[in-house]
Design a protein. Structure first.
Length: 359
């Protein structure tokens, strides 16, 4: 996300002194002596909930806050490890990332994004430092240790050969989606959301200009696409069988069938069940029916990518478990929930600003 990265976000932590036996009610957790306060959790919580949509129930709000707090605890633990290993992001790395995130916006647009999310420039830079530091830590301690051998690939293919039997023509498609309305959740890296037709048209024009200038389609999808499911994957929808295209918009099907691998479509206005949207498509490849051989480089790469992703998830989970075992953590919010014995503590209450009629 642009303003508040999803994967490893850590909001400003209160300056934790020595852990007290009876902490302030606003201290919701302490990690190795470092306090995480209610304001830290609430600030991130507000990025997870649409204030203009239906308000979550008190139970839902409290459950989400517990999840947010657990993420912040994990981030604090990992950040401390990064510091000990001299992997904390430098001022230069933070400034470079800050400049990259700010570049698509005018100054007014950027300040509006900050205001809408209730964060300051200092908040944002602190979050960036935390995110970059944790990424450097996990890259060294987890990702660098992953190895996929040719034998791993062959064994996986032999066990899953039927999955590589194509029964009908299929098309591997990527998309960038823009909608002329405010989305309840945005998960692109720049947290960019067109909220009306004018903004949508301007955004589509910007994307066209970048694509015509040679920008990478997948990176643009990660940065700007408003589809919450595909943006994180660089817009990749995987392989779409021709029968599925028969159920889609007729114009979209015609465009896909007429495209060549590597080609990018013009912006296409589409009416979906969620409402109008504009999509830009890229045809990555097309496949004819038949059994795919292990000698197919695409088959090998698909297996390798899948195995790497699964191993990374497993190693990350194991690494975090060990890190938490080594940390001193007290979760006071969780204690409040238990002590309330079925009644909701004040922590369940969340106040949103008055709903606005428009942007």
């Amino acid at each position: 996300m642009a303003l508040l990265p999803v994967v490893a976000i850590g909001l400003s932590m209160g300056a934790g002194c020595k852990q007290k036996a009876q902490p302030s009610p606003d201290v919701w957790a302490v990690v190795n002596g470092q306090e995480i306060r209610r304001d830290d959790v609430d600030k991130y919580y507000r990025t997870r909930v649409n204030p203009e949509g239906q308000e979550p129930s008190q139970e839902e709000a409290l459950s989400l806050k517990l999840n947010v707090l657990d993420e912040l605890i994990n981030n604090e633990i990992l950040l401390e490890r990064a510091k000990k290993l001299n992997l904390e992001a430098s001022d230069g790395e933070v400034e470079d990332k800050f400049t990259e995130m700010k570049s698509p916006y005018t100054e007014d647009e950027f300040q509006r994004q900050l205001k809408d999310r209730g964060v300051s420039v200092d908040d944002l830079k602190r979050d960036l430092r935390r995110q970059l530091s944790i990424t450097k830590l996990l890259n060294r301690e987890v990702v660098a240790k992953i190895s996929i051998t040719d034998q791993d690939v062959l064994d996986t293919y032999n066990l899953n050969k039927a999955q590589f039997n194509v029964v009908e023509p299929r098309y591997r498609i990527s998309e960038i989606v823009v909608t002329p309305r405010k989305e309840p959740q945005i998960r692109n890296l720049k947290n960019d959301d067109a909220t009306n037709e004018v903004e949508a048209e301007r955004k589509v024009k910007m994307l066209e200009d970048k694509l015509n200038s040679g920008a990478d389609f997948a990176q643009l999808a990660m940065d700007y696409s408003e589809d919450m499911n595909s943006s994180a994957m660089g817009g990749d929808l995987g392989y779409v069988p021709e029968s599925a295209l028969n159920q889609s918009d007729a114009t979209l099907k015609k465009i896909v069938l007429g495209m060549k691998p590597g080609q990018v479509s013009p912006p296409l206005p589409i009416q979906s069940k969620e409402g109008p949207r504009i999509v830009i498509l890229k045809l990555i490849s097309r496949e004819s029916p038949g059994q795919r051989s292990i000698s197919d480089q695409q088959v090998q790469q698909t297996i390798r990518d899948t195995l790497r992703s699964h191993k990374e998830q497993l190693l990350r989970a194991a690494y975090l478990t060990i890190a938490r075992d080594d940390a001193r953590v007290t979760n006071y919010l969780a204690q409040q929930v238990i002590e309330a014995a079925g009644k909701l503590p004040d922590a369940a209450k969340t106040d949103f600003p008055a709903k606005s009629s428009g942007h």
